[in-house]
Design a protein around this ligand. Sequence first.
Ligand code: 2DT
Length: 210
Amino acid sequence: MARGAFIVIEGLDRSGKTTQIAALYEHLISLGKKVEQIKFPDRTTAIGKMIDAYLKSQADIDDHAIHLLFSANRWESVSKILKLLEEGTTILCDRYAFSGIAFSASKGLPFDWCKTPDVGLPEPDMVLFLDVSPEVAQERGGYGEERYEKEEMQKRVREEFVRVRDCGGRSLRWEVVNAGRAKDQVELDIRNATQALFNGVEGPIRRLWA
Ligand code: 2DT
């Protein structure tokens, strides 16, 4: 039996990640596929609660320490991810290690240092990067209240995501989707890009940057 596909959706705030993941999820359900949505940070765990307090500015945590907590928050989900994939379930994942590097590096932490704790995580079969300009994000109602939701930070993160893509390694499939267009158009692009994965994937789950 083919294993499930591991699909990660990355992007800036206001890029439509949540909407597009929900649309792809419904599409897969309508095709009768086994599919699960997960998201990082997973704010429900003990580590996730610390991250949540940090993002809401209720706690101050050193930049290095919070980076490691974001990574640990992924590692604590690895057994669940592998189990789902092995039983043939497609995973749609909202943010992953790529956000981890882009956000921390944009605060000035060394890029390679940021990458290290996530080396060896399950590698996605595809990363869809939903790209919007800061101008479009502003038109969509601007940013929210959390720590990183400021225009300057978002601009730097967008630049860091390009570096993250370029360090992806040979096997990583990274697709950029122009998410500045109408919702339906973006939805169609995402469906077309991911379609070949809907019946599962042959071969083992690779490890990220390993
Ligand atoms: P959401 O708004 O999607 O809940 O994200 N972030 C996320 C990091 O700084 N490092 C990480 O490893 C991850 C997964 C991006 C909350 C914010 O947390 C940032 C936005």
